[in-house]
Design a protein around this ligand. Structure first.
Ligand code: FES
Length: 194
C-alpha cells in the first residue's frame, strides 16, 4: 500500500486521472480495495463515491484479492476462432474450477478477460497480467500443469515466448516514451523467456 501511495502521488491531482489511478491500484495491489478507493479520492480531491462509480462500472477492476496465480482467459473473437474455447476448457479441467472461479485453496484462478489488442498472440491467456501465447492445446495442458506445480510460467516453454506489455504501467513505459510522455526508457524490461 505504501508503494501504491507513493506512485499515486506522482499522478496529477485531476479527476481526469481517475482511470489511471484505478489501473495503478489494481496493478500494485491486485485489486481495488476500500483503502485504495480512499487514497485515490483523497489524492484526486473527489468523494469516495466518485471513485467507487468507475471502479465498479468497468468489469476490468477486481473487488476482491486475486488468487496467487491468476489466469485470465481472453474471450475476444480472434482468440476464440483459433481455439480459445478449448483453451478455456483445458484450464477448467486442469484447475477443477469454472471460468470466473478460483480453486478451493485460492492458489489458482481462471477469470474472464477481454481482448486487449494482442490478437497476434491468439489464442492466449494472461498469467498474472502477462500475455502468454500463442498456445497450442498441448502447450495449454503443460502450462496449466506447471502452474498447478507452482512453476514460473515465464520460464516456459523452451521456444521463445511472446510477452506483451500487458499491464498499464508497462505499456506506458514502452509506448508512453514513443509518444513523448517521458514515463519510461522506451524499452520493455520484460524478457522473452527461454
Ligand atoms: S481476441 Fe484475444 S487478444 Fe484479441
Amino acid at each position: 500500500m505504501e508503494r501504491f501511495a507513493g506512485l499515486l502521488e506522482q499522478l496529477p491531482r485531476q479527476q481526469g486521472e481517475m482511470l489511471r489511478a484505478l489501473h495503478l491500484a489494481q496493478e500494485e495491489l491486485g485489486w481495488i480495495s476500500r483503502d485504495a478507493i480512499r487514497l485515490i479520492a483523497r489524492h484526486l480531491r473527489v468523494s469516495e463515491a466518485q471513485v467507487y462509480g468507475p471502479a465498479t462500472f468497468y468489469a476490468e477492476f477486481r473487488h476482491s484479492p486475486p488468487p496467487k496465480t491468476l489466469v485470465t482467459w481472453c474471450s475476444g473473437p480472434s482468440c476464440r476462432v483459433v481455439g480459445g474455447d478449448r483453451v478455456r476448457r483445458i484450464f477448467e479441467a486442469e484447475f477443477g474450477c469454472r471460468l470466473g472461479e478460483n480453486t478451493e485453496d485460492d492458489e489458482l484462478g481462471l477469470w474472464l478477460g477481454q481482448c486487449n489488442g494482442t490478437c497476434e498472440r491468439a489464442p492466449m491467456v494472461w498469467v498474472n497480467g502477462r500475455v502468454v501465447g500463442p498456445l497450442t492445446m498441448l502447450e495449454t495442458v503443460k502450462l496449466a500443469r506447471r502452474l498447478k506445480d507452482g512453476e514460473d510460467p515465464i520460464a516456459w516453454p523452451r521456444r521463445p515466448i511472446k510477452i506483451a506489455p500487458a499491464t498499464f504501467v508497462a505499456a506506458e513505459q514502452v509506448y508512453g516514451a514513443e509518444h513523448g510522455s517521458g514515463h519510461g526508457s522506451g524499452a520493455s524490461s520484460e524478457g522473452t523467456g527461454q
